[in-house]
Design a protein around this ligand. Structure first.
Ligand code: GAL
Length: 633
């Protein structure tokens, strides 16, 4: 796995570029990402390009032996561009324009802005497409960051109407699909339809789901326009986009199909602080990050782009954007780097080379401090580089378990949670974590993925069953788990004929007759576990495999297929993992808290995410905090 960093030559005097490049090489870095926010320097005046500085920056980095990842600057259109078409900004759900003065101030549907993006990307790719140092192009930066996928602009509304007309053909078909007879919501023409915001109370969930699908398609087509230009003008180079953590606002599997390498930005401490983790976990993993946060995304994004993936931004120290921004435990930056290698990353690039002493991110650590002295992460990068040199290139092997992940499921449940603690991402993450806690490697796959060859298939929840999936599942001989709400919606957000789980009844004969959501801690007990958050009443001729204390069935099983009718708590997940693994003949480990293992095609890695030394039975020795053990397989 290669190492790299994110560098902003435009932030520093040219006189230090060569020394920076030399120090990068000395630290063990061979890649450098530049350019993704530099539009105002590349084109200071409309139509007047200033390539000289960028030519020299690329040549200086190349002369030191670095390969360059060049970003297209479309996440930061300059002020003059915005002033030339003020309606290019996104409009938020409350109808307010999103102004200039930070970044991502554009609407994916604005045709004028799209034309400007094609122009700047064409100019950049014409200039550098055949430069020998350029090895990867990054499109834009973090689509959707700062809540920017959904826009309610005039341009978005017009594009949505076209999208609907193409999808439904006739407005009567749309009315029928959405159930618009309800509350007299019927339309006489596509031209009458607005985005689903600013309604008096909730808009029709079918309206919202189509708006989310539309908005996701806009991201996909925006990205594809850049990919088409870059691949035509810069043949032989890889194209990537840097995805975010715990982010489901567009279909990453769809964007992934258009790029060569999926990358993501890994900020384990920021994510632990910002997401649903308990305060106990936030304390226990304050400086290490929850042991499954990075791994979950490694496995998710590996499944987004034919297995080729990397980390574009790795947290090197305290960040500036979470509620609290602790420093990593000494050793964690190296450990996170090796965790990426263990999952088969092609590269890990640290964000950023040097901390900026100005503007929004001045409190965000880099590998160097603003005064160019080495920050705490620098020796860790050298340690990671040395460990990587010892083990050589790591390839990911097919995991025994497939965990099915669906962006559409995230939208569907997000639009209609029915209980405020029913969070799709959390449900999937908890399943992942339960599998990883028993030492299992996991591939997180799209619903359309090939499921053959897995020894266990886990579908945490999938309200809308894509065409062909039931048949595919029926063909599997391995244990399959279907989680709550699976098959509970049609493609147009209605209830399926014959009730949930709809088409899945072909593989497990049961009917969900009622659902209820519950406050945490208020459900029935089971044996060592509890019903919490969600429970379904199930009618079936099958005798339940597991029941709660009152005798109600919570797990039903027909051959290798199980249906789980509750939100599974951790103890329950542990039981299910044991049962399925037992049937699949998959070996489980009993890992102490904070310990995780991951096998690449050639090596077994063991990591300690705990803040204290932990004795690891399978190694028969203790691992210090933030340390690892690597053994050839
Ligand atoms: C990412 C972003 C970077 C930088 C970083 C700070 O979300 O892509 O440009 O802002 O966060 O942690």
């Amino acid at each position: 796995m290669k190492l790299g960093c994110c560098y902003y030559p435009e932030h520093w005097p040219e006189s230090i570029w060569a020394e920076d490049a030399r120090r990068m090489r000395k630290m063990g870095l061979s890649l450098v990402r530049i350019g993704e926010f530099a539009w105002s320097r590349i084109e200071p005046e409309p139509g007047h390009y200033d390539w000289d500085w960028l030519d020299r920056a690329i040549d200086t980095l190349a002369a030191a032996g670095l390969k360059v990842i060049l970003g297209t600057p479309t996440a930061t259109p300059p002020k003059w561009l915005l002033d030339s078409m003020p309606d290019m900004v996104a409009i938020d759900e409350n109808g307010r324009p999103r102004g200039f003065g930070s970044r991502r101030h554009y609407c994916f549907s604005h045709e004028g802005y799209r034309a400007e993006c094609r122009r700047i990307v064409t100019a950049l790719a014409t200039r550098y497409g055949n430069h020998p140092a350029i090895v990867i192009w990054q499109t834009d930066n973090e689509y959707g960051c700062h809540d920017t996928v959904l826009s309610f602009s005039v341009a978005a509304a017009a594009a949505f109407r076209n999208w609907l007309a193409a999808r439904y053909g006739a407005v009567e078909a749309l009315n029928a699909a959405w159930g618009n007879v309800f509350w007299s919501m019927e339309y006489r023409a596509f031209a009458e339809i607005d985005p689903p915001h600013l309604t008096v109370t909730e808009a029709n969930p079918a309206h919202w789901l189509d708006y989310r699908r539309f908005a996701s398609d806009q991201v996909v087509s925006f990205n594809r326009e850049q990919v088409d230009i870059l691949s035509a003008l810069s043949p032989g180079r890889d194209i990537t986009h840097n995805f975010m953590g715990f982010f489901t606002e567009f279909d990453h599997h769809a964007v992934g199909r258009d790029i060569d390498v999926a990358t993501w930005d890994s900020y384990p401490l920021g994510f632990l602080e910002q997401f649903w983790f308990s305060s106990e976990e936030k304390h226990a993993f304050l400086r290490q990050g929850h042991p499954d946060i990075a791994a979950f995304h490694h496995d998710l994004y590996r499944g987004c782009s034919n297995g080729r993936w990397g980390v574009m931004e790795q947290q090197p120290g305290p960040v500036n954007w979470a509620r609290f921004n602790p420093a990593p435990l000494q050793g964690m930056v190296a450990l996170w780097t090796l965790e990426a290698a263990a999952h088969g990353a092609e590269f890990t690039s640290y964000f950023r080379w040097r901390q900026a002493p100005f503007a929004q991110e001045q409190m965000h650590a880099g590998l160097l401090r603003p005064d160019s002295s080495e920050a705490e992460a620098a020796p860790e990068v050298r340690a990671a580089a040395a460990a990587l040199a010892d083990i050589g290139l790591q390839a990911a092997a097919k995991a025994p378990v497939a965990l099915v992940f669906s962006y559409e499921a995230a939208w569907t449940i997000g639009i209609q949670p029915q209980g405020q603690s029913f969070r799709y991402l959390e449900l999937v993450f908890e399943a992942y974590s339960a599998l990883r806690a028993r030492g299992l490697d996991v591939d997180i796959v799209a619903p359309h993925a090939d499921l053959s060859g897995y020894r266990m298939v886990w579908v945490p929840s999938l309200p809308i069953i894509p065409e062909g999936l039931t048949e595919k599942l029926a063909g599997l001989a391995c244990p399959v788990l279907l989680g709550p709400r699976s098959g509970s919606k049609t493609v147009s957000f209605g209830m399926p004929e014959g009730l949930a789980p709809g088409a899945l009844r072909d593989i497990i004969p049961l009917t969900v007759t009622r659902v209820e959501s519950l406050r945490d801690g208020s459900g029935e007990a089971g044996e060592g576990w509890a019903v919490t958050r969600w429970r379904e009443d199930v009618a079936s001729d099958l005798a339940p495999e597991m029941t709660d204390a009152s005798g109600r069935g919570v797990v039903f099983r027909s051959g290798p297929v199980r249906y789980c009718a509750i939100w599974p708590d951790r103890a329950f997940l542990r039981l299910i993992v044991e049962r399925m693994a037992g049937e699949a003949g998959v070996h489980l480990l009993d890992l102490p808290a904070g310990i995780r293992v991951r096998r690449s095609a050639s090596h077994a890695f063991t990591f300690n995410y705990a803040a204290e030394p932990v004795f690891v039975p399978h190694l028969d020795k203790a691992l210090a905090p933030a340390s690892w053990h690597i053994a050839p397989l």
